[in-house]
Design a protein around this ligand. Structure first.
Ligand code: SF4
Length: 225
C-alpha cells in the first residue's frame, strides 16, 4: 500500500474488520461501487486485496470496461488486484430457467452465491480470514440478500468470516457518487447480466428512451459517444 496516497478527506466511522483480522479479501463488482469501500479501508490502514470475479457481466466489452477501470483504480493505490476467471458459460448454465426472474429475485441470489463461493474459496486457499464485497453499497441492491449469500459462502470454510459491514452508512453512498465523479468512472446503466440488459432496454423502449450504448457514459462528463 502506498502511504502517500490521498483519499477523500472525511471523518469516517472507525473501521475494524471482524475479530480484528489484519487481512481482508474484497470482492469487487466494479470501480464505482468499490471506490468508497477501497478508500474507507485505505483510510483505516486495512491490508486488503481486490478479487474481481464477475462472470455475470455481459457482453464481454462491458466486462472488460468494468474490470480494466477497477484494476486501474487499484493500481493507483498499489492495491493487489486478482483478475479471476470470466467463466460466463458456467454463469449462464446456473442461470438456466431463471432468465425471466426479476432483479432481486432468485437469479440474483444465484449470481451472488456464485461470486461469493469463488471469493470464499480463494480466501481459504490464500490465507485471508475475512471476505467482504462492494455489492451491497448500491441502493438498487437488497443488502440482506447479499449478506445472506456472503455468509453462506464463508460458512463452508472454518475460520473464514464474511464481513457484513454496511458501506452505505456514514455518508458512504454519497461518497460513492463523489468518488465516481472525481475519477470520471464509467457509468454502467444496467446491473450486469444479459437479462438485466434486456430488461433495462425494454423499460427504456416503454419510456421512449434510446437503448443502452455500452462504453459511452461516464460520471461527471458528457457522453463520450
Ligand atoms: S440482475 Fe444483476 S445480480 Fe441479478 S443476475 Fe443479473 S447481474 Fe446478477
Amino acid at each position: 500500500m502506498n502511504p502517500q496516497v490521498i483519499v477523500t478527506d472525511v471523518q469516517r466511522p472507525k473501521l475494524i474488520p471482524p475479530k480484528g483480522a489484519s487481512k481482508v479479501l474484497l470482492h469487487s463488482c466494479c470501480a464505482p461501487c468499490s471506490g468508497e469501500v477501497m478508500e474507507a479501508m485505505l483510510a483505516a490502514g486495512i491490508d486488503y486485496t481486490i478479487y474481481f470475479y464477475n462472470p455475470n457481466i455481459h457482453p464481454k466489452k462491458e466486462y472488460e470496461i468494468r474490470k480494466d477501470e477497477n484494476k486501474a483504480f487499484a493500481e493507483k493505490f498499489n492495491i493487489p488486484f486478482i483478475d479471476a476467471d470470466y467463466d460466463m458459460d458456467n454463469w449462464f448454465a446456473r442461470a438456466k430457467g431463471m432468465e425471466f426472474e426479476p432483479e432481486r429475485g432468485i437469479r440474483c441470489t444465484m449470481c451472488f452465491d456464485m461470486r461469493f463461493e469463488r471469493t470464499a474459496l480463494y480466501a481459504h486457499e490464500n490465507g485471508f480470514p475475512v471476505i467482504t464485497s462492494s455489492l451491497g453499497i448500491s441502493r438498487w441492491k437488497n443488502m440482506q440478500q447479499i449478506n445472506d449469500c456472503g455468509k453462506r459462502a464463508a460458512e463452508k470454510y472454518p475460520g473464514l468470516t464474511y464481513w457484513d459491514y454496511n458501506w452505505r452508512k456514514g455518508g458512504g453512498s454519497q461518497r460513492m457518487i463523489e468518488i465516481s465523479k472525481r475519477e470520471q468512472f464509467y457509468q454502467q446503466e444496467y446491473c450486469g447480466c444479459a437479462y438485466s440488459l434486456r430488461d433495462s432496454n425494454a423499460w427504456r423502449r416503454e419510456h421512449g428512451r434510446e437503448s443502452i450504448k455500452i462504453g459511452t457514459k461516464y460520471y461527471g462528463t458528457e457522453d463520450k459517444a
